[in-house]
Design a protein around this ligand. Structure first.
Ligand code: ADP
Ligand code: MG
Length: 635
């Protein structure tokens, strides 16, 4: 498995090397130095940089019937070769190579960000010893140890399931997106993602052998989906090819001078045009990294610029995701009730479950291991504790199981909902056993984020699995006008899909297992890097390290500016080229001067893009996240 990143790395180094050698050869050619008799050094650049471009363009045309920027460049190179203008041909090829290097640099940079995020997630596993779970670094987990994996977590090491069953998303390893059911005896791979169940597994391979797989997997998933939008430059290429053809033909028919006609092809070669997109994307990604936004690929930024609606998840996204228990209403003995509830929740990764377990422990209540456990996403949990079937979740879950909830409990819960609390109803063997209410605090930056977004013309919606009263409370506290409550994961996904069907471009911001489908469906997905589960981070296009919602408006603003700048760069390069074409049609300049005029345009484009790097500096409320915080969830 060791080869993947090395090849990527080598690919980049090779490109840089080709670029350097070609540049040196062109300098020699320009200076008229010919180390070998009658050999123009520009040929070095033509062969090293130009031929691969021509080959790529031919392949693109033949196989995908696709006209990309490379076609224009190839036309220019071939035209220059026909006129025996080797320097011009080499120069055009070199500029393309520079654009390519920048693009590789940006995806490398994005990849590094993601690797860092993966690195940061504490590489720990929950080792089970008797009744206890201890969280220790994966390096120190011996082969043969038994570790527990909760829903939404990624599997830390390779192993075999010894108890429990679940389904596992192995797409990062196999590319197969349908989760695979796994039960006792089945093998699980490190880096794959546990979906709904919790299970214990015996470690069969040490960390050195498996942690790499996860890295490679993340890198691969970062690269996947790169082709989702057609690059602006490529979209323009088709039209440009047509324009060039018309100009060439017209010039030839008017002047009957083939030399002038072909010169147009060279002069029109859009060097600045080629650099327009990659330079802007590199600068924008560099800018965002400083504010804790790790972007998987430049395409997601191009999409982000079109976003007009942001859908926020509630728990863990708009709220801190660290609720605390504020009310306990047992039907009978309080400690017994808490013990049963906390045991049922002990395998939950959900903020509510974690809070309940922590509360029970702090009260000195015994928390034991459930014999069975299943997570009902967006509803609650179901577990087998001391032979009793325990359900803990919301009203829809109780209704589904036909559990009668006494009106007194509902009344009490409703009084608390008004204050934004969430109630967890509990049943034991089909009978209502009590209720616990928790309250979560809203994140500091939520309100400001929502109002800044609306100033930018972006509407917000709150999507939550929680009850309508709590949803309405949090929505109004955050200044969000619309909300949808009691959404299942499919419900959230459906909401996003229907918004998009209505022509809106939605960015989903979420953290939980229940948000993953919505994150994938949305035009852009953004996962909380801190509270976020691995499954959410994996499904998203962008990870928000440090969970700073305040930085979202800057991201939208920057992406719009980036696209604006790309468009401007393209328009500028066209006007600049038209000017050069005019000059060469009148035979004022030849191919070599034409190529030099281009350079001025290219330098301008690069400088214009580079300004994006400093955009937003000093913006009020924008928070730098230089050192990624470590992620609390283990995985
Ligand atoms: P959100 O969409 O706000 O992040 P979820 O979809 O994760 O919320 O959860 C929706 C509702 O399902 C919660 O408000 C809660 O009532 C219930 N629920 C989810 N997980 C649990 C759990 N582990 N224990 C109890 N209730 C839960
Ligand atoms: Mg959530």
């Amino acid at each position: 498995m060791g080869e993947i990143p090395n090849i990527l790395k080598d690919g980049f180094q090779r490109s840089v090397l080709l670029m350097a050698v070609s540049a040196a050869a062109l300098v020699l050619s320009y200076a008229g130095i010919t180390p070998v008799e009658r050999f123009d050094m520009a040929w070095v650049a033509i062969v090293l940089c130009g031929f691969p471009i021509i080959w790529g363009a031919v392949k693109g045309l033949a196989i995908d019937h696709d006209i990309r920027a490379g076609v224009l460049v190839s036309m220019a190179i071939i035209a220059a070769l026909c006129l025996q203008e080797y320097f011009a041909a080499g120069e055009v090829a070199l500029i393309m190579q520079i654009g390519d290097c920048l693009e590789q640099f940006s995806s490398k940079r994005a990849r590094k960000g993601i690797e860092r995020l993966v690195d940061m997630s504490p590489k720990t596993g929950r080792v089970v010893e008797g009744d206890e779970e201890i969280v220790i670094p994966v390096e120190s987990i011996p082969v043969g140890a038994v570790i527990r994996v909760l829903p939404g977590e990624s599997v830390p090491l390779d192993g075999r399931i010894v108890s429990g069953s679940t389904s596992i998303d192995q797409s990062v390893m196999t590319g197969e997106s349908i989760p695979v059911d796994k039960t006792v005896g089945d093998e699980v791979c490190s880096g794959t993602i546990n979906q709904m169940g919790a299970f214990d597994m015996e470690v069969v391979r040490g960390n050195e052998d498996s942690s790499f797989q996860r890295m490679a997997a993340m890198v691969a998933s970062a690269d996947a989906g790169r082709t989702r939008v057609v690059r602006i430059a490529d979209r323009w290429a088709t039209r440009l090819v047509a324009v060039v053809m018309v100009l060439v033909l017209a010039t030839y028919l008017l002047t009957w001078d083939i030399y002038r006609a072909v010169t147009i092809m060279i002069v029109f070669c859009p060097c600045a045009f080629i650099l327009a997109t990659p330079t802007a994307v590199v600068a924008a990604i560099g800018n965002l990294t400083r504010y804790g936004l790790l972007v998987k690929d430049g395409d997601s930024l191009e999409r982000m610029a079109e976003v007009d609606t942001v859908a926020f998840d509630k728990t863990g996204t708009v709220t801190e995701g660290e609720p605390s228990v504020v009310d306990v209403l047992p039907e009978g003995d309080r400690d017994g009730f808490l013990s049963v509830l906390a045991s049922a929740e002990s395998r939950s990764e959900h903020p509510l479950g974690r809070a309940i377990v922590a509360f029970a422990r702090s009260e000195g209540v015994r928390v034991s291991d459930p014999e069975g456990f299943a997570m009902k996403v967006g509803r609650g949990v179901e577990a087998l504790v001391d032979g009793k079937r325990v359900l803990a979740g919301n009203i829809p879950m109780m209704e589904e199981a036909s559990v009668h909830v006494p009106p007194s409990a509902v009344e009490r819960a409703e009084a608390l909902y008004g204050r934004g609390c969430t109630s967890v109803y509990v049943s034991v063997d089909g009978k209502f056993a009590g209720m616990v209410s928790l309250s979560d605090t809203i994140r500091d930056g939520s309100r400001r984020t929502v109002s800044e977004l609306s100033d930018m013309g972006v509407g917000c919606v709150l999507l939550t699995g929680d009850n309508p009263r709590a949803a309405s409370f949090i929505a109004s506290a955050a200044g969000i006008g619309e909300y949808r409550a009691e959404c299942t994961p499919e419900g959230k996904m459906g909401e996003i899909a229907s918004l998009q069907d209505a022509g809106r471009k939605v960015m989903m911001v979420g953290d939980g297992v229940n948000d993953a489908p919505a994150l994938k469906t949305a035009w852009v997905g953004m996962a909380m890097g801190g509270t976020g589960t691995d499954i959410a981070v994996d499904a998203a296009d962008i990870a928000l390290v440090g969970d700073r919602l305040e930085n979202i408006p800057h991201t939208v603003d920057l992406s719009r500016r980036m696209v604006g700048r790309i468009r401007f760069n393209i328009a500028f390069s066209l006007v600049w080229n038209a000017f050069a074409v005019g000059l060469s049609m009148m035979a004022v300049i030849g191919p070599v001067e034409g190529a030099l005029v281009h350079n001025v345009g290219s330098v301008f484009v690069v400088a214009n893009s580079a300004l994006l790097l400093v955009h937003g500096r000093g913006r009020e409320g924008l928070i730098r996240v230089d050192e990624p915080q470590s992620r609390p969830s283990s995985g």
